[in-house]
Design a protein around this ligand. Structure first.
Ligand code: V1D
Ligand code: CA
Length: 472
């Protein structure tokens, strides 16, 4: 059901082109309860919606209702036994039926006892479990279909973005992986899809689903180290088989702020856009990377987080915006509301939160959409050096897919017009890459520049690349 109009032209876009935005929301999300003390509070999506409405942003996009995904639509990624289990499980069944409880535990559902005797219960058996999954997955599938149809440039589902769920396993508060389902839908129309994940946690479920595909590039920025969940996503984790170098990971130190983040995000995403030339982009906007999150330790402002949306919106590719984590719920709603404003080209909305039914939640942030918080951890000596090394490695991984046979290289139109941020180091790297036509020449140069160990690592990589792509 069409309930609105199209977006305004964006002053931030080099071409000033109007972005046609569609938005999916289902009020039933507020009734979902992960249980007392759980970090995940689905009400944050209803708060986001109320804030979007109070700013009048619904007039700038087409609002569409969500049709719950049919169980057979979930089978495009998930295991049949698992989907049936999601339908059969109830809190009472879990308590009273031993066989059901055993099956639930095998699939990561229900409390899991820790050695210290506590029950973290990441993925509780909640009332209406399958209906909840069908709701958020239905939104992401419909959003993907809207982009395939070509009538919209940006599609939004803030209830989606559940990046940890696996084929037959719940993980990290996620039961069904709506992102994988949406990407599979996009692949029906688009040849290459770039997935970017700015949640504070590693987008492991999406990465694993497409690890051996060269049609989907996954790129996750996440807090890493110190036992932070899920513990995967090192910079050396780069995909496999045909998908080698099509999975990229950017591990971050706690305390990373806007400036440090964008010194990584823009060059890496910009280069991914250049070399991979995606025909569609999916951005998981997990808001636990914001400063002051209850679970994570990154230090992004709302503006810094939304800059990722603004940056990707500037490329001329259909864009799917999804939610994800985010545990300080007033911050989450502020962030996703502001990102909706960026998507429709109204980023100048007033900072003061309008009167609306949830306004009391925003007292702690002075009723300001772009709130201020104190940095929780000041950067340590060596953090910058480490981040620089990560950027160099990630860019190096990206240079490995330059000779992929099915891609013609040219500057993305808008990125070129925008003057993609290229710092001095990068310019040097660009020059280096221009010399790079002959792999053997680069190897000889490396042999001069670096030690022999580096040389052999590079030689091994070159051989792998040559056999997996250029020789085809
Ligand atoms: F804080 C909690 C309160 C109640 C229940 C669980 C938690 C909690 C906090 N952090 N659970 C976690 C993480 N789980 C563990 C377990 C210990 N291990 C054996 C596993 O550390 C899970 C964090 C999930 C983060 C989800 C996400 O933000 O990435 C997300 N993205 O989209 C949707 C969710
Ligand atoms: Ca991430």
């Amino acid at each position: 059901m069409d309930m609105g109009t199209n977006s305004l032209p964006s002053p931030s876009c080099a071409d000033g082109r109007k972005r046609r935005v569609c938005y999916y929301y289902d009020a039933d999300i507020s009734n979902v309860d992960y249980g007392e003390g759980h970090a995940m509070v689905p009400r944050r999506v209803a708060m986001t919606h109320a804030l979007i409405a109070s700013y009048g942003l619904l007039n700038d996009m087409t609002r569409l209702r969500i049709r719950p995904a049919r169980p057979e639509e979930l089978l495009a990624f998930h295991d049949q036994k698992y989907v049936h289990l999601l339908g059969d499980l109830t809190p009472a069944g879990y308590t009273n039926d031993v066989a059901l409880r055993r099956a639930a535990k095998e699939h990561g559902l229900g409390p899991v006892r820790r050695p210290d005797g506590s029950y973290p219960n990441d993925n509780p058996v909640i009332d209406g479990l399958l209906g909840y999954c069908q709701g958020y997955a239905g939104g992401s599938l419909a959003a993907a279909r809207a982009l395939c149809g070509g009538d919209h440039d940006v599609a939004i589902n803030w209830s989606g973005g559940m990046h940890h769920a696996c084929r037959g396993q719940a993980s990290g508060f996620c039961y069904v992986n709506d992102i994988v389902l949406a990407i599979k839908q996009l692949l029906a129309r688009f040849r290459r899809v770039l997935y970017v994940d700015i949640d504070a946690h590693h987008g492991d479920g999406v990465e694993e689903a497409f690890a051996d595909s060269d049609q989907v590039m996954t790129l996750s920025f996440h807090q890493y180290a110190g036992g932070f969940f899920p513990g995967t996503g090192s910079v050396d984790d780069v995909g496999k088989g045909a998908g080698l170098y099509h999975a990229l990971n950017v591990p971050l130190k706690a305390g990373m702020d806007d400036q440090g983040y964008h010194e990584l995000f823009k060059p890496i995403v910009g280069r991914a856009m250049q070399v991979f030339q995606p025909e569609a982009v999916v951005l998981q906007c997990g808001a636990d990377s914001l400063s002051g999150d209850r679970l994570a330790g990154l230090d992004l402002s709302v503006g810094g987080h939304a800059e990722c949306v603004r940056y990707l919106r500037g490329f001329d590719a259909p864009l799917l915006l999804l939610g994800g984590g985010g545990y300080t719920i007033n911050h989450v709603a502020s962030c996703w509301c502001y990102e909706t404003a960026v998507a429709v080209g109204r980023e100048e909305i007033p900072n003061e939160i309008p009167h609306h039914p949830y306004e009391h939640y925003y007292r702690g942030q002075g009723y300001m959409l772009q709130y201020r918080t104190k940095a929780r951890r000041s950067p340590r000596d060596g953090d910058k050096k480490e981040a620089d090394a990560i950027r160099v490695k990630a860019l190096e991984h990206l240079s490995a897919i330059r000779c992929a046979p099915n891609i013609q290289f040219h500057e993305p139109r808008e990125a070129a017009a925008q003057g993609m941020d290229v710092d001095d180091d990068e310019e040097e790297e660009e020059e280096e890459e221009e010399e790079e036509e002959d792999p053997m020449e680069r190897l000889h140069r490396l042999c001069d520049d670096a030690d022999l160990h580096e040389f052999f690592i590079e030689l091994g990589r070159k051989q792998q690349r040559l056999s997996s792509s250029c020789m085809l």
